[in-house]
Ligand binder design. Structure first.
Ligand SMILES: [Zn+2]
Length: 443
């Protein structure tokens, strides 16, 4: 389908000048937004006309840090006592589960994870992948799932020395070269690094050199737990962020996830290098790890975004979690509300813009036609001034009735009709059961 006309919609534009258009309409042509207007106009040549019935149309949500490989962990319980602390969670759950993944698991976990994303109105996912048992080609397997669903993805493999030295370097290089060759703006890549604590000097230097030669940004975890900084100091005699600065990893196209234990000096360095920081509030709470110094980072002018770290793709709910965790941590009911809304609506699109050529995250001509239509009937006046309140208190609970990605309807009334959902879900349950047995056998 090359053209769509949406009308009778309440448009949340993402534009600061005109954030809201009541009874608005959008013309979509060839994957891009062609016209955004107040009221209706006549488009007799359009392939499909959609009456939104007053529903809220927002730019498709963007998840700035995800791990689709973790999808099949839902419901899995680690044998023995619950993991306690950052290293225990990694060693007893994630570093076993990722080692047990097969190529089939990678495809299935990606596609069913993206089915969840589509239902949540999320149309762009920035992912950080690990599957040590099937490294080579794993990013192609994921890319195929993105294409099968129709979403945009920015992919990378998390290089580390934890299984074998330099694992993931070749896969990142291969994938980035393929992305460059295809020049395909649906799938793009970053050079993935796990975290300083699992990267020896040789591997970090090799990865930095390779990433720089390809002109790639880096996607890396930082200071999620105290161990990351402690190991870096003990083993390499360096502060965490300084190590990445010295290696040439920091910079305007590099994204750092978490940053919970970054110091004031390190936040200054992050600003000086133009690097990005992504907070993952639900994941940090789930793991009992603390919170990102988000307000301190924003005060410095660091571009901060919002991710889920494998939890889900429900982005308005993440924004809500982001301000709640900041308030709880600071015991201050006056902070972080507008900042959380800004992360969701403006910063995540700005982050995506650093790697994707086609702009997204705004209802404006020339932007990618990524749209989420939420069934939402406001119970209080909805205006530009009250919008943030509706985004954080209303949207997390408002179902998405239609998702449009790259100009194509990919979900309608709960159905993703271009894939066999039942068959894929049956397969994911089967793969998950077998995967859990293999993980249990490692204990
Ligand atoms: Zn992560």
């Amino acid at each position: 389908m090359s053209s769509l006309y949406l009308h009778n919609a309440t448009l949340v534009t993402g534009d600061t000048e005109r954030p809201l258009i009541a009874k608005g309409s959008i013309l979509v042509r060839d994957g891009l937004i062609a016209v955004v207007a107040s009221g209706e106009s006549d488009h007799p040549q359009v392939d499909r006309s959609i009456d939104c019935g007053g529903a809220l149309v927002v730019p498709g949500w963007i998840n700035a840090h995800h791990h689709l490989y973790s999808t099949l962990a839902r419901g899995y319980a680690v044998p023995g006592p619950s993991p306690k602390g950052f290293m225990d969670i990694l060693e007893r759950l994630w570093w076993k589960l990722d080692r047990a993944l097969t190529a089939e698991d990678v495809y299935v976990s990606t596609i069913v994870g993206l089915m969840d994303a589509v239902r949540a109105g999320c149309t762009t996912v920035i992912d950080h992948h690990a599957s040590p048992g099937c490294v080579d080609g794993s990013l192609d397997v994921m890319a195929q799932a993105f294409r099968d669903i129709g979403l945009s993805g920015c992919l990378c493999y998390e290089t580390s020395d934890r299984n074998r030295e330099g694992e993931g370097i070749e896969e990142n290089i291969r994938f980035l070269e393929a992305c460059r060759k295809s020049d395909d703006d649906q799938i793009t890549g970053l050079f993935g690094l796990h975290a300083s604590m699992t990267l020896g000097e040789k591997t970090l230097a090799r990865a930095a050199e390779a990433g720089q030669a390809l002109g790639a940004g880096f996607h890396v975890h930082i200071a999620e737990g105290e161990a990351d900084g402690e190991v870096t100091r003990e083993r390499y005699g360096k502060e965490l962020f300084s190590r990445f600065v010295e290696a040439g990893i920091a910079g305007p196209t590099s994204l750092f996830a978490h940053g919970i234990h970054l110091t004031a000096r390190e936040l200054d360095q992050m600003k000086e290098t133009g690097s990005m920081l992504v907070t993952n509030p639900e994941s940090n709470q789930n793991n009992g790890l603390g919170h990102t110094p988000l307000l301190e980072a924003l005060e410095r002018g660091i571009l901060c975004g919002l991710g889920t770290d494998g939890m889900c793709c429900a982005m308005p709910a993440q924004a809500r979690a982001a301000y709640l965790i900041q308030r709880a941590a600071r015991r201050d009911s006056s902070v972080a509300f507008m900042e959380a809304a800004t992360l969701l609506t403006r910063n995540n699109p700005a982050i995506a813009r650093r790697w994707f050529k086609t702009p997204r995250g705004k209802l404006a001509p020339g932007y990618q036609a990524d749209l989420a239509i939420h069934t939402y009937r406001p119970i209080t006046p909805l205006t530009g001034d009250t919008l943030a309140g509706h985004l954080l208190f209303g949207l997390p609970y408002a179902p998405v009735k239609m998702t449009i990605a790259r100009g194509r309807v990919v979900m309608e009334d709960g159905m993703i009709s271009h894939v066999d959902e039942e068959q894929l879900l049956a397969k994911s349950r089967e793969c998950a059961g077998a995967l859990w047995k293999r993980v249990d056998a490692m204990s």
